[in-house]
Write a protein that binds this ligand. Sequence first.
Ligand SMILES: NC(=O)c1ccc[n+]([C@@H]2O[C@H](COP(=O)([O-])OP(=O)(O)OC[C@H]3O[C@@H](n4cnc5c(N)ncnc54)[C@H](OP(=O)(O)O)[C@@H]3O)[C@@H](O)[C@H]2O)c1
Length: 218
Amino acid sequence: MNHARKTTNLAEMNTSTRPLRIIVIGAKGHVGTTVCEALPSHHDVIKVGRNSGDVNADISDRSSIEAMYEEIGKIDAVVLAAGAVHFCPLEQFPEDKFLFNLMHKAMGQINCVLSGLDYLNDGGSFTLTSGILDRDPIRMASGAAAANGAIGGFVKSAAIEMPRNTRINVVSTGLQDISVERYGSVFPGHTPVSSERVAYAYLKCVEGGINGQLVTVD
Ligand SMILES: NC(=O)c1ccc[n+]([C@@H]2O[C@H](COP(=O)([O-])OP(=O)(O)OC[C@H]3O[C@@H](n4cnc5c(N)ncnc54)[C@H](OP(=O)(O)O)[C@@H]3O)[C@@H](O)[C@H]2O)c1
């Protein structure tokens, strides 16, 4: 019997030291800026927004997503930090506004995964963004909570079918410290989370080895 131990060539491992080609969608927003500032400088980061960044794309439009991947080409990671939501009282929530939440935040991110699979290198990853509102609700946010729940369910299920050692995870944070001025009044009693902890959550998904995880920062 051959008892020789299998050795590992560190240079071939997908470690955090290997430079990665990373798309950050929503790069100029609060979450996206935090992610971009945290990513080590040896990575090649391509910033995407509807009207900002290196490449423009609208994730609510599948053809725009496909054009973005066509323009950028092969990548090692995609971070989704975009997804607009409407806030509205439950009893007055119009169907079109509710659908907006699902189409922009949930389907926008899901379509970036579905269209991006062929562009993702072996061992690559998608990191989606949900948020605290399906775990710790506030008033007027049932639409946002529904989108968050949809993203979480999608990620958990998609993870068991990811091909070629690729990975998919979702980061769900509380209200970020830099967003308190903008949203603090609708989050009464919520303790803001530090941008440093938000950054670590995304780094864990991009440079780490986890798959199918909901990474929470509360
Ligand atoms: N901020 C927080 O405290 C927090 C906490 C938890 C979860 N989240 C979630 O994180 C996501 C980003 O939040 P944020 O506060 O960072 O938002 P933000 O500051 O408004 O930034 C949004 C970014 O996404 C881009 N964007 C918006 N819609 C897009 C679209 N359809 N296609 C492509 N890019 C688009 C914007 O670029 P352009 O202006 O160029 O389009 C901008 O760079 C949201 O889904 C939010 O619910 C935020």
